[in-house]
Design a binder for this molecule. Structure first.
Ligand code: ADP
Ligand code: ZN
Length: 544
């Protein structure tokens, strides 16, 4: 609709063609670049490989000034940097991080300070140094890019305390336009990115999550043996190769044996197997010598095999983020592939039960107590020796305390924030643990929502990532069985099921409807009942 619109729009496409040789933008790229060019903060949520880097690269080229790019992995930085330099010619991108010698660091600063380099890549810990921050501030950067922005969330698996510095650091370098990039961002994580980075009215844009060739379906079981039987039968009826994800190592071994007994070339893959065996399974799968790999979540990082024809789950994953990532390994060649979730609803309850963090509360209090007793700063290793908890628990407690603002880390280790009374610290620690367990529960609720929705599963899944799909997909079990249509037939012109509602609780997904009420599932709050009229008249609803 924007084709031939403003000249600015065409300029952007021309820039993309001339710089990268691309024909067109991918979903969400143009909107994100335009916003950043106009000075609006952006959060872009897109799957890996969709083209997130292009957003900051083109925004930087379309604007004047320096783009600071914070990215957690030094190896990744140097890839991006080399790509940029070979595309643009000359030294247009440089990096400053701990892996570089003094001479290289000096050369990098020279290149940005002379204006030759337009991109400065930084590891997050660099922003802990006052001289680095001051030096950047003097350059008055126009863009502040945060790659892997979900690392700022204490609730994610990738939390990095260094990322908590990024919001204040951006302020100190003059508040350049922020571009936060991530592939995993459920509602609460998105909100945390916005809050922690101090973004003002950002454009939050999600795109590229749809994989129309994946057939989505869910099978609900009551008995464990019947579930296992159904999984095996389904695999026997599907085209190979494929992946079966299970919850435990033992299940991986058992399923692999059973499938092999049915004449399939099957192997188990989990963290309990020796590295050499894992590598062999990996290679055999890539080179089509296996029909099925039965795996725990350990399998799949770096799997880029185009012809995976199915990804089945015999146990429910811990979140929709994990689920999406795992099924995303199917059908990369664009040919039809199946993604089926087999589960027992009792297992969801079990996960919810184990998801509560009583143990964490205890660990938090223990760590606070130890810091208090010791007085000054204590290195993490010292803390691990001082308390009777596993090292992992101490690390995660320390991370939580730091993200709750109770503890700070300095060169000598961790210490209670000045002015924080131990009682207050303990209270904040408990609050933090509780809100963590609430978020864990909401993760499970979102997963349950996917498994139990009567609406289009693709609309639900994309809605979770913040991407809207206008019409039911026609390639999921509910669409094909017509359940969705049946449930909404009284209101066919405006199907509510699976719509996204925006309210004070953030985005939520409509799970059920009746004449005057909607049951809506919110990421943080769980299920809420809303008045249908209030939602429709309040303009809170974006129809599916
Ligand atoms: P991400 O950062 O999301 O993982 P990248 O920015 O590295 O993804 O892009 C992945 C690949 O897709 C790169 O090879 C990039 O050049 C290419 N790409 C990105 N956007 C487009 C586009 N609009 N048209 C064609 N190729 C693109
Ligand atoms: Zn559908």
């Amino acid at each position: 609709a924007r084709k031939g619109g403003g000249g600015g729009t065409d300029d952007l496409l021309r820039l993309a063609r001339e710089t990268f040789g691309w024909e067109a933008f991918r979903a969400g790229q143009r909107e994100a670049i335009e916003a950043a060019v106009s000075g609006r903060d952006v959060v872009a949520v897109m799957p890996t490989g969709h083209g997130k880097s292009a957003i900051y690269q083109l925004a930087a080229l379309a604007r004047d000034g320096l783009a600071v790019v914070v990215s957690p992995l030094i190896a990744l930085q140097s890839d991006q940097l080399e790509d940029l330099n070979s595309l643009l010619g000359g030294v247009r991108a440089v990096a400053v991080n701990s892996s570089l010698g003094d001479a290289a660091v000096d050369a990098a600063w020279d290149a940005v300070e002379s204006g030759a380099a337009r991109f400065l890549f930084l590891a997050p810990e660099q922003l802990a140094k006052d001289d680095v921050v001051d030096r950047i501030g003097a350059l008055e950067p126009t863009l502040f890019v945060v790659d892997e922005a979900h690392c700022v969330s204490a609730w994610g698996h990738d939390f990095r305390p260094d990322y908590l510095r990024l919001g204040p650091a951006r302020e100190r370098v003059g508040g350049p336009t922020a571009i936060a990039l991530t592939a995993t961002a459920s509602g609460p994580v998105r909100e945390e990115i916005v809050a922690r980075l101090g973004l003002a009215d950002p454009l939050v844009i999600a795109g590229g999550f749809d994989r129309p060739n994946l057939h989505l379906s869910v099978v609900r079981h009551h008995e464990e043996p019947a579930k296992e039987q159904a999984v095996v039968e389904q695999i026997l009826g599907l085209a190979a190769p494929g992946l079966l994800y299970v919850g435990t190592r033992r299940a991986a071994e058992e399923f692999a044996e059973r499938l092999a007994g049915c004449g399939l070339r099957a192997a188990a893959y989990h963290a309990g197997r020796r590295a050499a065996e894992r590598e062999r399974v990996h290679r055999d799968f890539l080179e089509d010598r296996l029909d099925v790999v039965v795996a725990t979540t350990a399998f799949g990082m770096g799997i880029d095999k185009p012809n995976v024809r199915f990804v089945l789950h015999a146990d429910i994953p811990d979140s929709l983020d994990s689920y999406y990532q795992e099924i995303g390994r199917a059908g990369r060649d664009g040919e039809p592939a199946a993604a089926t979730l087999h589960y027992r609803s009792q297992d969801l309850g079990l996960r919810a039960f184990f998801g509560t963090h009583h143990a964490d509360v205890e660990a938090l209090l223990t760590v606070v107590q130890a810091l208090r007793t010791r007085g000054g700063a204590v290195p993490l290793s010292g803390l691990k020796d001082a308390v009777d908890l596993s090292g992992r628990k101490v690390t995660s407690a320390a991370n939580l305390l730091e993200s709750a603002g109770v503890v700070e880390s300095g060169p000598d280790g961790l210490s209670l924030r000045p002015g924080t009374t131990p009682a207050r610290a303990a209270e904040r620690a408990v609050e933090t643990a509780e809100s963590r367990s609430r978020i864990d529960r909401s993760r499970i609720e979102m997963m349950r929502g996917y498994a139990e929705t009567d609406g289009c599963r693709r609309q639900y899944l994309l809605g979770y990532f913040g991407e809207e799909l206008a019409d039911p997909c026609g390639n999921c079990d509910n669409c094909l069985e017509g359940t969705a249509q049946d449930l909404t037939h009284e209101d066919a012109a405006f199907p509510l099921q699976s719509s996204v509602v925006h309210s004070a609780w953030g985005p939520g997904i409509v799970m059920g409807t009746d004449e005057d009420r909607l049951t809506v599932l919110f990421a943080r709050e769980g299920y809420k009942t809303l008045s249908r009229r209030a939602v429709e008249e309040g303009g809170l609803l974006r129809p599916a």
